[in-house]
Design a protein around this ligand. Structure first.
Ligand code: ZN
Length: 378
């Protein structure tokens, strides 16, 4: 009996609902989390995404699953190279330092370290393999040393109109106006080197480097095979990144769906605008942690529907801190029996933290202790 969650021995079969998807879960669960491009400090928007992925992982582990989490590092990327040039540092040094700082912040926030932490630079060979497979299946074409994949269908599948897809492709540097493309929504799998490139690798099509979407596809295929159970990231990654990542994998392997479900955390805004390094509109996690507990920051991110965008207000963090204190007080009460089972049940139902918190506060005792432990709010 030791080490066995008692609810597993008597409970119903495990089903996790994530939005419209109800996932029967048996045995091992594969989670892939789109990680950071390590070129600057961690802001609250990043943290919210990784805290949600961590919460999903903890719920599954609590229900007895073996969860394997891979969270990548995008260390081959134009924004990283540009920032390194601006600072006069090598991009590998910048990436190493920023990655260490990010991991430190995640540890403080009690985000469990991933089981696998692949980086794009370690998987160049797998990107070349992916490009070759796509060419072989006529899902890609080569022009002047660049390999493009035919991903125009991915926008409609992801629910994006053609115009919006073009706008998003430009925003995410997918160069929809590249004259070598058959379709403006095709994406680069392998990009031919340009004269001033910081780094390149050899390939059958000449020196070059991977495209961003292809990096994640190649890492997933290398680590998990042709599919994953839960694919996580920020809501802004729905298109083009996730849609194209899936299109590349499905075209290369023939296995669908590439992801059984998507956990895309709602974006965090501040003052009515998206939180982003590029706009300087940021709340840094290290600043919040100077005056607030990690548990309060976690609860601030989690005590709301996971898919919904939200606006950061300092008063909301104070309120989260107050709710946390109420939870600790509730945990010290004797409590009512039904709550202890209702908390994990709420979390299985679309990660409904708000309902779980309400139950824990109402019933107290074991219900509150379960919630605090399960979501690492201590
Ligand atoms: Zn990704």
């Amino acid at each position: 009996m030791r080490g066995v969650n008692p609810t597993l021995l008597t409970g119903p079969p495990m089903r996790l609902r994530l939005g419209a998807h109800v996932l029967p879960m048996v045995g091992r669960v594969r989670m892939y989390v789109c990680g950071i491009t390590p070129y600057d400090v961690t802001h609250l928007g990043h943290a919210a995404t990784y805290i949600w992925a961590d919460a999903a992982e903890r719920v599954l582990r609590w229900h007895g699953h073996t969860v394997t989490v891979a969270r990548n590092v995008t260390d081959v990327d134009d924004v990283l190279f540009a920032e390194a040039r601006r600072r006069g540092e090598s991009h590998t040094m910048l990436a190493t330092l920023q990655r260490a700082s990010f991991e430190n912040t995640m540890a403080t926030l009690q985000v469990r370290p991933p089981d696998l932490a692949p980086s794009a630079a370690q998987h160049i060979g797998h990107v070349v393999q992916l490009a070759a497979a796509l060419l072989d299946r006529d899902a890609a074409y080569e022009r002047n040393g660049t390999v493009y994949a035919r991903t125009a269908h991915a926008a409609a599948q992801a629910g994006f109109t053609h115009d919006l897809a073009l706008e998003r492709a430009a925003e995410f540097h997918d160069s929809p106006d590249d004259p070598d493309k058959d379709d403006p929504l095709d994406v680069v799998v392998w990009r031919a080197s340009k004269p001033d490139d910081d780094v390149s690798w050899p390939s059958p099509w000449g020196d070059g480097r991977p495209g961003w979407h292809a990096e994640c596809t190649a890492m997933v295929l290398a680590l998990f095979g042709p599919s994953v159970d839960i694919h996580c990231g920020g809501a802004d990654l729905a298109f083009p990144h996730h849609a194209c990542e899936a299109a590349l994998a499905e075209a290369a392997t023939g296995v669908t769906p590439f992801a059984r479900s998507w956990l895309r955390a709602g974006l965090v805004s501040i003052g009515g605008a998206k939180m982003a390094k590029s706009s300087g509109n940021l709340v840094l996690v290290e600043d919040l942690l100077r005056e607030h507990s990690p548990g309060a920051v976690r609860l601030l991110c989690l005590n709301r529907p996971w898919a919904q965008g939200w606006t950061y207000e300092p008063a909301a963090l104070d309120a989260a801190e107050a709710t946390l204190q109420e939870l600790y007080a509730a945990a010290a009460r004797p409590g009512m029996a039904p709550g202890a089972a209702a908390v994990p049940a709420a979390l299985l139902d679309d990660l409904d933290v708000a309902r779980a918190v309400a139950v824990a506060l109402e019933d107290g005792g074991q219900a509150a202790r379960t919630l605090i432990e399960l979501l690492a709010l201590s």
